[in-house]
Design a protein around this ligand. Structure first.
Ligand SMILES: [Zn+2]
Length: 958
């Protein structure tokens, strides 16, 4: 199919039959196939036995979107015959697409590929290589360049450009290319997100006509397509902090195996092309001098290539290097020059896009620029090979030296708390290549800090304590993930505070200045996972063994029980076992008071399976499930209790109703919030749920589901979807015993005065003010910046701020407001806000006080939990239970607005439960599964599923 030609002909015929509309003269020009002159064959001659991808695929470059099978066809053809190409398979995506690593170099380099890999690994570990031995090695080693494409599957120009780069490197016999390959090993991650790519191209190829109008449907991906994200709707360019997704895990493993010195990650779309130098802030764990030097060199290399064509581009501006979960910052923290490249054409701009000056931008243009940047990067790398390799080694030399200095030299994890969470953290660090040691004997550390700000002069740790010291090659990466707080660039912070100060003087409807935070400012893994951890300015002196793998605990299976099986409740594993048993139809009960059974005492919320009420299969199924979940289960052979009031046969033991869970999934819901929930329930717990729309929910019998989850999303979209009658029906469903769980924007919906599912209200939103469709500061993660934009009113032309890449746009005080450029000072408006409402946070971590009388806090023995807050603070409920409250407004980690945040966050409630009839409304101020990184509120959420459908006033416990 040739969509461009066909569509235009069809359109033309249509117009010939119709009377001319008055605006005919302004009708946009016909779709173009090319608007910039660009010769993709500039590196001729090409080896005649290799045909271009476009010959194989049967269409011209940029005239159609290539699907994954098409790429694989081209790849197989090249792999079979090329002496320059090696193809490695490294696993499959959730949708069974193969993930590849392509290695391209001169045949003489490929012949000694293993030796090259080994030498690069020695450069990255100076403990294995002396300074004298390093220099001859560097002189002989090719530079290793990592080129990655289409991590956001809907940024389609990157994928097409990859095919063109592949062909050029495999087939060109031009001396520029052959000389380049003598000096370089090119490692290509051809498609970082095949599942998202495929969703997008299948959809676009089906509906796209090449219409350039920004309001044409082909520029508006439906909610369920959104190819930016992977199968589980994770943004893979945020995932590297925890690496929960298979695509991240396998790519990181390959990266750590190949040791690249340069990493270029090809995205789209910005208004004009972007390449580094990057914007502030830069992660302080990076070597600033080296980063600046090399970003400048590569930036100038690209600039020279672009200037030859007279192309537009920009540097710095918005793309920073602070959050370590991006490929540019992550690869930089691993010693490479990590760069994000953003092209302008393709993706949601489709085959053709009309800019606001009426000029046309094409997919082909976007491909041409990415192709040019890829090749320029390789040439810059080859030119600076020796110096770049030398600096690569220096990065690791300094990383080890820095690890022996400063106030933070080690983090230790004693065997306390949830063993599963600790295991998850160890797994995450091992994926990063971080070295972990286990103490063989008890040891003492001086001046020990916990992650809640406490300091002890000395503290003893038992044998079995895990530790990470930073005097190791991956010390900088380890520190970036484990430090309690990441220092911000002071000049950058001052600039943001100035903007905020000027904004407070402006009237409520006056345009505001945008702040420049791109992303969350807090992610410290011990806090996110709520793993007990301590840090110190010295390193332990104790014998250790390296930890190289994660061995899940293997509890003894319980022998057949006469009366009951019992398991305590202190960890995620037990919540998982409880939910799996309920799902399989076993009658599981809980004790709402501490339980005494088999001469042991169990905490409140512990679980009981009474044999007389369960089928015979329990005796065989339970040991299997318990071992899968890693839970120790006791067999009880008598209901008699020696002491205490609650035994397995007591009145205070309630049989739990299995949760039948529905989750709202539709326009207006944040895909990433839905996705993180989906991944957690399906993959971590193994629990079934049904995704539905609001409309469907309102049509169903009230008893169809007893748990309804509203992921983070636009509060206004939720209100519109439910409508007045729907909200009444929702309340009726709650009164009849339904448990409604709302995250972020959905919680704001529930707390809206016209919805009134809780007496809690948003701070700053009471009274006349109304939270319209304001979005979170992290747009791609939250109510789908993209989906809300897609659903919004069409605009006649593009406006840069609106069409920046959704995932990495700056935080704005109010997304809906227009922005202004900074001025020296603003005149004070008589109606100025003057800090009357809280400013949204770019993600900071606070300590919350745990209300331990509530069923949502079953399994929690600690008095405080870390909680991530962004833009919504809830005043406590007057009628319900404030399950978590903020009493200390000082953040544990991350940026807050001085003079604003502390004032508004104090005495707010990040988790609230409201009893309605015999049901519940549970509010989480923010997504409790944020990016799959955040685990600290996981069991509060799971308790809603386990206990919500059963526990009410009548059980004597709220
Ligand atoms: Zn992107």
């Amino acid at each position: 199919m040739k969509p461009l030609k066909a569509s235009f002909t069809a359109l033309l015929c249509l117009f010939l039959l119709m009377p001319l509309p008055p605006s005919f003269a302004q009708f946009p020009p016909p779709p173009a196939t090319a608007t910039i002159a660009f010769d993709f064959r500039q590196f001729a001659p090409y080896a005649p036995d290799f045909v271009s991808p476009w010959t194989t695929l049967g269409y011209e470059i940029g005239s159609f979107h290539t699907n994954y099978a098409g790429f694989e066809r081209v790849l197989r053809d090249y792999a079979a015959r090329s002496e320059r190409l090696r193809v490695f398979e490294r696993g499959r995506t959730e949708e069974h697409r193969t993930l590849y690593t392509l290695v391209i170099s001169a045949p003489k380099n490929l012949a000694r590929l293993e030796a090259i890999k080994a030498d690069a690994a020695r450069l990255a570990d100076p403990r294995q290589l002396s300074d004298e031995a390093a220099e001859p090695l560097i002189q002989n080693l090719p530079i290793i360049v990592w080129l990655a494409y289409s991590i956001h599957g809907n940024e389609s120009a990157a994928f097409e450009a990859m095919l063109e780069v592949l062909y050029t490197l495999v087939a060109s016999q031009h001396p520029t290319i052959t000389e380049l390959l003598d000096q370089t090993v090119v490692v290509i991650n051809p498609c970082q997100n095949p599942d998202g790519h495929e969703r997008f191209v299948t959809w676009y190829n089906a509906v796209g006509m090449g219409r350039p109008e920004p309001f044409a449907i082909e520029h508006r991906e439906p909610w369920s397509i959104y190819g930016r994200l992977n199968h589980y709707l994770f943004d893979l360019n945020r995932d590297l902090v925890i690496a929960s997704q298979i695509e991240s895990q396998s790519a990181m493993q390959a990266f750590l195996e190949w040791h690249p010195q340069v990493c270029a990650d090809h995205h789209g779309q910005t208004v004009n092309y972007f390449f580094p130098p990057a914007a502030l802030p830069i992660n302080p764990n990076l070597d600033r001098g080296q980063s600046d030097k090399w970003l400048e060199i590569f930036g100038r290399g690209n600039a020279a290539a672009f200037d030859r064509h007279g192309w537009q581009y920009y540097v710095r501006d918005v793309f920073d290097l602070f959050y370590p979960g991006y490929w540019d910052s992550w690869s930089s923290l691993n010693g490479a020059t990590g760069m994000t490249y953003e092209t302008d054409g393709g993706g949601w701009k489709g085959l053709n896009w009309r800019r606001d000056d009426e000029s046309i931008l094409t997919l082909r243009d976007g491909i041409a620029r990415h192709f040019t940047a890829s090749l320029a990067t390789l040439q810059t790398a080859a030119t600076h090979r020796v110096e770049r390799l030398r600096d690569y080694r220096a990065f690791f030399v300094r990383s080890i030296a820095e690890g022996r200095q400063g106030p933070l030299q080690c983090v230790v994890f004693p065997p306390e708390g949830d063993a599963g969470r600790r295991q998850r953290l160890v797994e995450a660090l091992l994926h990063q290549g971080v070295e972990i040691q286990m103490a063989k004997a008890p040891f003492t550390l001086k001046a020990v800090h916990d992650y809640f700000g406490g300091v002890q002069p000395t503290r003893e740790f038992p044998a079995g304590t895990l530790m990470v010291t930073f005097d190791q090659p991956r010390g900088r990466m380890a520190r970036a993930l484990l430090e309690p707080d990441t220092r911000q660039d002071q000049a950058f912070i001052e600039r943001q505070l100035e903007k905020a100060r000027r904004n407070t003087k402006r009237g409520p409807n006056a345009p505001k200045e945008e702040t420049e935070f791109y992303d969350i400012t807090a992610w410290s893994l011990p806090l996110a996972l709520d793993v007990p951890a301590y840090w110190a300015g010295s390193r332990p002196t104790v014998q250790t063994t390296p930890v190289t793998s994660v061995v899940p605990p293997m509890p003894q299976p319980p022998p057949p029980a006469k009366t009951a099986y019992v398991f305590g409740y202190t960890s995620d594993a037990e919540a998982k076992l409880a939910l799996r048993l309920l799902q399989e139809g076993y009658r599981l009960a809980t004790a709402v008071r501490p339980l005494r059974a088999g001469e042991r005492t169990y905490p409140r919320g512990s679980f009981i399976l009474r044999t007389e009420r369960n089928p015979e299969t329990l005796h065989t199924r339970l040991p299997l499930l318990a071992s899968e979940c890693g839970v120790e289960v006791q067999s009880i052979n008598s209901a008699y209790t020696d002491t205490g009031i609650t035994g397995v046969g007591s009145e205070g033991v309630y049989t739990l109703r299995p949760p039948r869970i529905a989750v709202i999934a539709q326009e207006g819901v944040s895909q990433t919030s839905y996705g993180a929930l989906w991944f957690m329930l399906s993959r971590d717990i193994g629990l079934e749920f049904t995704p539905i729309t609001v409309e469907t929910f309102l049509d169903l019998r009230l008893s169809e589901f007893n748990v309804l989850i509203l992921p983070d999303g636009s509060p206004g979209a939720y209100r519109r979807a439910f409508g007045k009658e729907g909200i009444e029906r929702l309340k009726l469903w709650c009164r009849e015993g339904g448990t409604l769980i709302c995250f972020g924007g959905a919680a704001a919906f529930a707390a809206h005065k016209d919805v009134d599912l809780t007496s809690a209200r948003l701070v700053g939103e009471e009274g006349e003010k109304d939270e319209k469709d304001s979005q979170s500061p992290m747009p791609s993660d939250k109510p789908g910046a993209a989906s809300d934009e897609a659903a919004g009113a069409p605009e006649t032309g593009s406006t840069p701020a609106r069409y920046r890449e959704p995932g990495r746009k700056k935080t704005t005080a109010r997304e809906s407001q227009k922005t202004v450029e900074p001025t020296a000072d603003a005149a004070t408006s008589p109606d100025a806000g003057l800090g009357k409402e809280p400013l949204p946070l770019p993600g900071a971590i606070f300590r919350a006080v745990v209300n331990r009388e509530h069923f949502l806090t079953f399994s929690h023995e600690q008095a405080e939990l870390p909680v991530l807050l962004t833009q919504r603070f809830f005043r406590p409920s007057k009628t319900g239970t404030n399950v978590l409250t903020i009493e200390n407004p000082k953040p544990l980690s991350g940026f807050v607005w001085e003079g604003n945040t502390e004032r508004f966050v104090r005495q707010t409630a990040p988790v609230i439960e409201e009893q309605i009839g015999s049901g519940h409304v549970v509010l989480f101020a923010d997504d409790p599964h944020y990016r799959g990184i955040w685990h600290a509120q996981r069991r509060l959420f799971l308790n809603g599923l386990i206990f919500g459908p059963t526990i009410t006033f009548s059980t004597g416990l709220r």
